[in-house]
Design a binder for this molecule. Structure first.
Ligand SMILES: Cc1cc2nc3c(=O)[nH]c(=O)nc-3n(C[C@H](O)[C@H](O)[C@H](O)COP(=O)(O)O)c2cc1C
Length: 192
């Protein structure tokens, strides 16, 4: 059964479908020194039969080390047309070329296959965050759509707490959904 907040998120995605930037959200992680790290990422759908949000990233990027030391993360997603914010707090599951779980590896391959050729090529570029490389090193031949490059990672955000705020309304509406230890979700109507 889908988590109750999924209905709201699906509705927001649908109503904001004309805005390409409504597919972007901010993903915060925790650096090894305890400071927050935040960046924009693209929503790549939900993992099949789950409430886990799919994100793609490069295995060489700074966030990977952060996730390996602390899997805590929070996504913040604002939908301008409907004026709604979702804050999804949870843990990140890293699926890289070494992951042995067959289901997760299949999800990684599927997401890779669904990427545009341009997006796939980015994973053959020089290492992110390193000193600027010469232009020629960015001219790569498009990688095979069936075989993800080793640099390609699937990140799965598994939410535990979802804080949903609707600015529409006077007063505004806010609900907090919490996942219980048995996997059931409890929703509370709270003050904005
Ligand atoms: C609109 C937009 C979408 C982005 N999407 C992604 C993405 O899906 N995955 C990703 O790793 N980085 C994405 N980035 C780049 C990240 O924001 C960030 O600069 C990069 O991942 C390096 O972050 P890190 O050093 O914290 O690992 C995007 C940036 C923008 C502006």
């Amino acid at each position: 059964m889908l988590a109750p907040w999924r209905t709201h998120l699906s509705a927001a995605l649908h109503r904001n479908r004309s805005l390409v930037y409504a597919q972007y959200f901010q993903l915060a992680t925790v650096r090894q020194d305890g400071t927050p790290a935040n960046r924009t990422v693209v929503f790549r759908g939900f993992q099949q039969n789950s409430d886990r949000i799919q994100i793609v990233t490069d295995n060489r990027s700074a966030k990977i080390e952060e996730i390996e030391s602390s899997s805590h993360a929070e996504a913040c997603w604002y939908f301008p047309k409907t004026r709604e914010q979702f804050r999804l707090r949870g843990t990140l599951i890293l699926v890289n070329c070494e992951s042995s779980d067959l289901e997760l590896q299949a999800a990684r391959q599927q997401v890779w296959a669904n990427l545009s050729e341009n997006a796939r090529s980015g994973f053959a570029w020089p290492s992110p965050g390193r000193e600027r490389s010469p232009l020629e090193s960015f001219q790569v031949s498009p990688p095979d759509a069936k075989t993800p490059l080793d640099t390609f990672c699937l990140l799965l955000l598994e939410p535990h707490v979802v804080d949903f705020l609707q600015l529409r309304g006077e007063p505004q509406n806010r609900w907090i959904y919490t996942c219980q230890s048995n996997g059931d979700w409890i929703g509370r109507d709270v003050n904005p």
